[in-house]
Every structure is written in structure tokens, then in C-alpha cells.
Design a protein around this ligand. Structure first.
Ligand code: MG
Ligand code: ZN
Length: 236
């Protein structure tokens, strides 16, 4: 049996939404609107941390944030496809995301999927006693910064994180990367000829691959979660 690693980006890949934006769209659209402007001059994770603070100041509760995450679209076909792949085959699943640990855990817990990933690498977050969600960058500004040349955000280089994961757990016959965003380009560039990238159509990763090239792996494009399920279903 093929020893396979499936690496999942979270937003718009495993789930059908962007966790960071969705919470604000549900609870405080004015803050969501301001993010469109602020993202030009504030690092995204820092901006999220700041806006979670504002949400807390305005009286929004932990429960309200959790409820919005529980409502976030997570396609049944994706849940079914991932579950089946894990049960039928020798596949390890690894989540690599620029969201945060609380958002991801809340969603996985709601859908009884906490057993799916063997490891989740993302920005650390925690609730404090007052119900404030405290979020930090994966790589804090005080630490040594990554020197990624592909364009990863300062908080995390996904290519470096994938390489570190393979260093820790190596020996996979095939790596499959499921992603959609511009920051998924870096890890996709590290994939080998026997690996596979499942790239969501109409989003930045597809545009970057078309524009910049340089990939060695096989690439399959998908639009809806059901298509990923179909691809998974062909795997032994
Ligand atoms: Mg994404
Ligand atoms: Zn990178």
C-alpha cells in the first residue's frame, strides 16, 4: 500500500470559507469592511488579533464567535471524502493553515473531525478568562524571521513548515497538497514529480502557477468539494 501524506490548507480548501473573514462577516460587518483597507499596512495575523480585541471590547462573547464558526460552510462531500480516505488507505493527514488553532479546533470539534489530522500547524490562539481570543503569529516578530523568497507572509512560511514536517515524519511515497491561496505556492513548489497538488480553480494559487510556473508535481484542478472526494475515492 502507498504510504501517503495529504497536506490540507484550511480556508477555502478543507472548508468552503475563509475563517478569519467569516467570523467578522457574521458578527461585525463594519470591522470586516475595515479589514479590506487595513490589510494593506498591517500584517494579517496582527490585524486579526487587533480586531478580535475590538470584538471583545464591543461585548461580543466567546459563545458568539464559536457559534459563527460552527455555522461556517464545511461541505459534506469534503468531510465524507477525507473520512473515507483515512479509513480505507494508509494516509496521514497534516493541516497547514494561516488561520489559528482555536478557529480550526472549534470547527473540527463541531463536525466530530478532531481525529482526522495527525498534526496541525497554524497560528497559536487561546481564550483568556474574560472571553478574549488571544492570537499570535506562528513566528513572532521578536524571533528570527523566515527568509522565504516565494512570498509567504511573515507569520509563517508554509514551504518551510512542510519541509520541517517531512523531516520529523518523512518516508512518504506520495505527498498530496490541497490548497487554493497565494501562500500555498511555496509548499507546492517543493513537491516532487510523484506528488500531486489539488488546486482550487479561480483563486490565487491557480493564477500563480499559471503565471510563475516552476512546479514539478502533477496538478489536478477542482472547483467543488465533491471533486476532491471523487479524486480521493480513486485512491487505494
Ligand atoms: Mg486557503
Ligand atoms: Zn515560503
Amino acid at each position: 500500500m502507498v504510504k501517503r501524506l495529504v497536506v490540507f490548507d484550511f480556508d477555502w480548501s478543507l472548508v468552503d470559507q475563509d475563517t478569519d473573514r467569516y467570523v467578522f462577516e457574521c458578527l461585525q460587518p463594519e470591522l470586516r469592511k475595515s479589514m479590506k483597507v487595513d490589510k494593506a499596512h498591517v500584517q494579517w495575523t496582527d490585524l486579526m488579533a487587533r480586531n478580535l480585541g475590538k470584538l471583545h471590547e464591543q461585548g461580543f462573547t466567546r459563545q458568539q464567535i464559536e457559534e459563527s464558526l460552527q455555522e461556517l460552510p464545511f461541505h459534506r462531500a469534503m468531510r465524507r471524502g477525507v473520512r473515507s480516505l483515512k479509513e480505507r488507505t494508509q494516509t496521514t493527514l497534516f493541516c497547514l493553515s494561516n488561520s489559528n488553532s482555536i478557529f480550526i479546533d472549534t470547527i473540527l470539534k463541531h463536525h466530530r473531525m478532531t481525529d482526522i489530522f495527525s498534526e496541525i500547524v497554524t497560528n497559536p490562539a487561546e481564550w483568556d478568562d474574560t472571553g478574549l481570543l488571544k492570537l499570535r503569529r506562528r513566528i513572532s516578530p521578536e524571533e528570527q524571521q523566515h527568509n522565504c523568497k516565494v512570498g509567504c507572509s511573515p507569520n509563517m512560511c508554509k514551504g518551510t513548515e512542510l519541509a520541517a514536517y517531512l523531516e520529523r515524519h518523512g518516508g512518504f511515497d506520495q505527498v498530496i497538497y490541497v490548497g487554493d491561496g497565494g501562500n500555498d505556492m511555496c509548499p507546492v513548489l517543493t513537491l516532487r514529480s510523484q506528488d500531486l497538488a489539488l488546486v482550487r480553480t479561480g483563486r490565487e494559487l491557480q493564477r500563480r502557477i499559471a503565471r510563475e510556473g516552476g512546479t514539478r508535481c502533477e496538478i489536478k484542478y477542482w472547483g467543488g468539494a465533491w471533486e476532491v472526494e471523487q479524486i480521493f475515492n480513486t485512491m487505494q
